[in-house]
Design a protein around this ligand. Structure first.
Ligand code: NAD
Length: 481
């Protein structure tokens, strides 16, 4: 069998130990792989590369298209971009698949019946990483979500459910508050869902959905959600199965894929032969299926299940009474290797005989451009005086095109006209100039308006155009408006 080249990164913290254990196990099981090792992470960051990855490493990734990655440490502080997020986005790895399963009664868990797959959108949302300090008091982070991005991940979740014989897909959003961003995700879920009538589907607002997931995970099957919620809830889900160290993760794109553990580099546990390599190992199992070595994946998975059943446990899942032997990372790997060829006696055995690569052929509905008209502009000011009425008096007479001042907000709350003195104001203000009846203006009108505001001595920090699309307003109202 020709060996499949894969790119490997040993990562930081516990990374080298769990990668060594993982590679030893899959190679002992007969994985036909040729590893190309790249250096990424802390050392590269601290060596002056703020992206944490060298150009040669990108070349390897783009050549092999398969990446097995141990966790890395993103140094705290300014300038260092998360390499995990960069890799996912640069390689277009839009779907993050995180199975969270409990192994009762062999691993102690509050939830004996739990088999949930979290499908996390992987490229968009608050992870666009576009943040700015705008005034002395206010910073912002942009939550960017796209229609094709939402459609792709929702479609992926349904395709995944079908391919893996799962019965239900649940969507979590916060669209009662974020009506445009999360609202679009929910709408896509409803629209795309119509094409999958064989699969049960439901939507939960994320807050109660998260509470239910922590309390009664057995009611969920596949859950699809935007990036940030998926990041947080997959840690919660993995932890309540017994340990965050138990879950693996596949990051799937159209041409490339990356496989990892869901947890981080746990620096406090590094170098002590303590960490549980199971998360990365299960990521590697997903990788073996992806590269067409499902038989090896099955062998590894079953030997691992048997090891758990035999009570050979690392510290994070070791419990007196349930576990038999407390082992370190290396000994755990040896125990799995010793069981290659065996199947679990009572836990359901892994069966990958029907398994296909999880790169589904995901189509995206082409975008039909709408009739877009500029009807106003939100002008954001840095203005230190906290008096909304005074500001209103100073800016209410600026006009251009069909635009005139309709309201002022502070942190999204309407404070002029007729604001409440109780509303706390910062130095960050938004002036909304628009036509009440959505009569169009031109961008030259906006520039004229901005010029007048600027010449009057105001500190403009940014603007957002207000548009209608096919006659419908495409911007949110002010709170209290
Ligand atoms: P973490 O997941 O690294 O660790 C949290 C705690 O979980 C640890 O203290 C440990 O008690 C436990 N734990 C995690 N993995 C374990 C394992 N395999 N075996 C046993 N116990 C385990 O989270 P953190 O401490 O918030 O983050 C540490 C660093 O990891 C940060 O620099 C962060 O940026 C990075 N990180 C990287 C990734 C990634 O590379 N994909 C993901 C998350 C966090």
């Amino acid at each position: 069998m020709t060996k499949q080249p894969i790119t490997v990164a040993y990562g930081d913290g516990i990374g080298p130990e769990i990668m060594d254990a993982t590679l030893r196990i899959i190679q002992a099981a007969g994985a036909a792989i040729e590893t190309e090792v790249i250096e990424i992470g802390e050392k590269v960051y601290l060596g002056g590369n703020s992206a944490g990855i060298a150009p040669e490493a990108w070349e390897s990734l783009r050549r092999t298209k398969v990446f097995l990655k141990a966790p890395i440490t993103t140094p705290q502080g300014g300038g260092f971009k998360s390499l995990n997020v960069t890799t996912r986005k640069v390689l277009g790895l839009y779907a993050n698949v995180r199975p969270c399963i409990s192994y009762h009664p062999y691993v102690k868990t509050k939830h004996p019946i739990m088999d949930v797959v979290i499908v996390r959108e992987n490229e968009e949302d608050l992870y666009a990483g576009i943040e700015h300090q705008q005034t002395d008091e206010v910073v912002q982070c942009l939550k960017i979500m796209s229609k094709p991005g939402s459609e792709k991940i929702v479609r992926y979740a349904f395709e995944y459910a079908r391919a893996y014989g799962r019965k239900k897909v649940t969507c979590f959003t916060k669209d009662n508050i974020m009506k445009m961003t999360d609202g679009m995700f929910h709408k896509m879920f409803d629209e795309v869902g119509k094409e999958y009538p064989d699969i049960e589907q439901e939507h939960w607002i994320i807050d109660i959905g998260a509470a239910k997931l922590a309390d009664t995970p057995e009611i969920f099957d596949v859950i699809v959600m935007p990036n940030l919620y998926g990041d947080i809830l997959s840690d919660v889900a993995a932890q309540i199965t017994g340990s965050v160290g138990l879950a693996g993760s596949a990051n799937i794109g159209e041409t490339c894929a990356m496989f990892e553990a869901i947890h981080g580099s746990a620096p406090r546990r590094a170098g002590q032969n303590l960490a549980n390599p199971s998360g990365l190992l299960l990521g590697a199992v997903q990788m073996l299926v992806h590269i067409g070595q499902a038989d090896v994946a099955e062998k590894v998975h079953n030997a691992w299940l048997k090891t758990l059943e035999d009570g050979v446990h690392t510290y994070d899942i070791f419990k007196e009474g349930t576990s038999v032997e407390k082992v370190g990372t290396r000994e755990f790997a040896d125990a799995v290797i010793a069981r290659l060829g065996q199947k679990p006696a009572s836990l359901p055995a892994a069966d990958y005989s029907q398994a296909k690569s999880a790169t589904f052929n995901i189509k995206v509905t082409p975008t039909v451009p709408a009739k877009k008209e500029l009807v106003g502009v939100d002008v954001f000011l840095h203005y230190a005086d906290r008096d909304a009425n005074k500001l209103g008096e100073l800016v209410k007479n600026f006009k251009a095109g069909n635009m005139e001042l309709s309201m002022i907000t502070n942190r999204g709350v309407k404070v002029w006209p007729n604001g409440f003195p109780e509303t706390f104001c910062t130095d960050h203000w938004r002036l909304r100039y628009k036509s009440e009846t959505y009569q169009p203006s031109s961008y030259s009108d906006v520039i004229q308006l901005l010029t007048a505001i600027h010449q009057a001595g105001f500190d403009i920090i940014k603007t957002e155009n207000l548009v209608t699309m096919n006659g419908e307003a495409m911007f949110s109202a002010g709170q209290g408006q």
